[in-house]
Design a protein around this ligand. Structure first.
Ligand SMILES: Cc1cc2nc3c(=O)[nH]c(=O)nc-3n(C[C@H](O)[C@H](O)[C@H](O)COP(=O)(O)O)c2cc1C
Length: 331
């Protein structure tokens, strides 16, 4: 008998995101109020071949709980073995990816490819449920394309297979990450199944978050791109839901401090050089409204060690570092 899933009640989850939701980013989002976090998706075949990269992605810290390890694969036998390996780390749940749109994943019949073979989706979920004592959940999409939205049938199959919660990215596979999410299916899904439903897709502001909760009756919401460079969003949503008023946007010093904290976590978990290279993709986002951002970014890009990055950021924040006036527009 698998363990019962923790209570999902108006939870705000950080979505699994490859190359984004590593330990450092998950810890930041947790600090700002993410109620559930997930690892990046992990290839079941890689894991059972003992791939170091796949194993590393499963690592997490107790402070991150509740955390889900997300797996993807097309074969029930591989998913069974991979789930048992993931279980050794005792996450709070194992999540099965049935939504990834990327061609090489779908081409193997995994991710959203499972939406083309619901029998296999059932088999995979049921096999994993029987293989581990942990709660198993699924993340999927509305359907393959707008002509084949079968989310109600799919949700019933997933529940019958033994999954204890379902996240629905309210876009189809053919929409990839673009296009307007269609939340209207969720209330019908809620009527059709009893497991908790988490809604994902396009939730980027506190107002949208509240509207999604109210209009769908969902048990939780999940944020992906809205959290990149803005881990404050979890706090912003909770504050808005409690008070009906918006928090002021984070100030530049708050953003600079967050960037430094992100870098420090990253150095701790990945090593200095890798952390300094990977943090580069976050400069524009965290410093989005900073004056002279291009010049600042250019200076920061020259460093591959953490101390000069931190010093430059602090000098900038404390006005010790001045750039000549430029045409930079905040963006
Ligand atoms: C960079 C990036 C990586 C992603 N990686 C994963 C992943 O590993 N597993 C997964 O289930 N979804 C993944 N997704 C999809 C997101 O979890 C989410 O379903 C999608 O971005 C829609 O949510 P949003 O509109 O809030 O961004 C990824 C999305 C992005 C942008």
């Amino acid at each position: 008998m698998p363990k019962k899933l923790f209570n999902i009640n108006k939870a705000i989850a950080l979505a699994p995101m490859e190359k984004v939701t590593d330990i450092s980013f998950r810890l930041l989002c947790k600090k700002f109020g993410a109620d559930i976090v997930y690892t990046e998706f992990i290839n079941a075949e890689g894991l059972i071949r003992n791939s170091i990269k796949s194993k590393k992605k499963m690592t997490f810290f107790p402070d991150e709980r509740p955390i889900g390890i997300q797996l993807y694969g097309a074969l029930d036998s591989s998913m069974e073995k991979a789930a048992k390996l993931a279980e050794e780390l005792q996450p709070d749940l194992i999540d099965i990816n049935a939504g990834c749109w990327v061609r090489n994943v779908v081409g193997q019949g995994a991710g959203a490819g499972l939406l083309k073979d619901l029998k296999n989706l059932y088999k995979i979920v049921n096999t994993v449920v029987k293989a581990v004592d942990l709660p198993v959940t699924v993340k999927t999409r509305l359907g393959w394309d707008e002509k084949s939205i079968e989310i109600i049938e799919t949700a019933k199959i997933i529940q019958e297979a033994g999954a204890q919660a379902l996240t629905i990215h309210c876009r189809t596979r053919s929409q990839a990450h673009d296009g307007t999410p269609d939340y209207k299916w969720i209330s019908q899904v809620k009527n059709a199944v009893s497991i908790p439903i988490i809604v994902n897709g396009g939730i980027t502001t506190p107002q949208i978050a509240r509207d999604v909760f109210l209009s769908t009756g969902c048990d939780g919401i999940m944020i992906a791109r809205g959290a990149i460079n803005n881990p404050f969003i979890f706090k912003e949503i909770k504050y808005f839901m409690e008070t009906g008023t918006l928090l002021p946007p984070p100030s530049l010093p708050e953003r600079v401090n967050l960037l430094i904290e992100h870098l420090k976590y990253s150095v701790e978990f990945k090593g200095e050089r890798r952390a300094c290279l990977e943090i580069r993709k976050h400069y524009s986002g965290y410093l989005c409204d900073a004056p002279n951002i291009s010049k600042l970014r250019m200076k920061l890009m020259g460093f591959t060690e953490a101390p000069p990055i931190i010093e430059t950021l602090l000098d900038y924040q404390n006005h010790r570092l001045q750039f000549e006036e430029s045409d930079d527009q905040p963006h």
